[in-house]
Design a protein around this ligand. Structure first.
Ligand SMILES: Nc1nc2c(ncn2[C@@H]2O[C@H](COP(=O)(O)OP(=O)(O)OP(=O)(O)O)[C@@H](O)[C@H]2O)c(=O)[nH]1
Ligand SMILES: [Mg+2]
Ligand SMILES: [Zn+2]
Length: 184
């Protein structure tokens, strides 16, 4: 699920529209007020909060678990970055049953360590299209069956999924190049 915090600071509509095609549950938190539907969806589940430093994970845990007492930190007004306040992973019991896990904020997200052929597994909806790909297809080349699928009559939602996959593959190639440059 996606939980968008701090909608009191900026309207969420535009950002949420980006995630619409994923068709996953989405909740917004306006000024630290946790929607009842979010509380209910956590009952008897184990939920791990993942996000950049300063997005409000520990603040959310403090609202969900009255005696959690997780330390929260201010966001730097100039850079907009958090201060990596939480440094440990802690699981806490929710009053209604289930566990909520607070984690330290991630610094950056990259896929350089993930094989390209594993990235395609995150797109099971495209798997049937890649059956006709050449062996060891990069899925971002003219001979790729996805390129054929992008032809006339390709539904917009399929097009956007293929675009999304290829953006990920390219960002991975770019981050490899960045790492090589940094190592040189
Ligand atoms: N305006 C606003 N501020 C919020 C909201 N939720 C959290 N904050 C503030 O955001 C700041 C960072 O919150 P934290 O809960 O420490 O963030 P975190 O994600 O746990 O950060 P790390 O532990 O560093 O990963 C604090 O000053 C919170 O009070 C919200 O809905 N609206
Ligand atoms: Mg925290
Ligand atoms: Zn392919």
């Amino acid at each position: 699920m996606l939980v968008l915090t701090k909608t009191d600071l900026k309207p969420a509509d535009e950002l949420l529209a980006l995630y619409g095609p994923l068709d996953i549950p989405v909740f917004s938190i306006d000024d630290r007020r946790v929607p009842e539907a979010l509380r209910e969806s956590l009952v008897n589940q184990t939920t791990v909060l993942v996000g950049h430093s300063g997005v409000g994970k520990s603040t959310l845990v403090n609202s969900l678990v009255p005696d959690a007492d997780r330390l929260t930190g201010h966001v730097n007004a100039v850079t907009g970055r958090g201060r990596h306040t939480s440094t440990s992973v802690i699981a806490m019991h929710l009053p209604g049953g289930g566990l909520i896990v607070d984690t330290p904020g991630i610094r950056s997200f990259g896929l350089a360590h993930v094989d390209v052929d594993r990235i395609i597994h995150a797109f099971p909806d495209l798997a049937h299209l890649t059956r006709d790909c050449p062996r060891s297809c990069s899925h971002d080349e003219p001979d790729c069956a996805l390129t054929t699928a992008l032809g006339a009559g390709c539904p917009p939602e399929v097009r956007s999924r293929i675009d999304s996959l290829r953006r990920l593959i390219r960002s991975r190639v770019d981050s490899d190049a960045d790492e090589r440059a940094a190592g040189a």
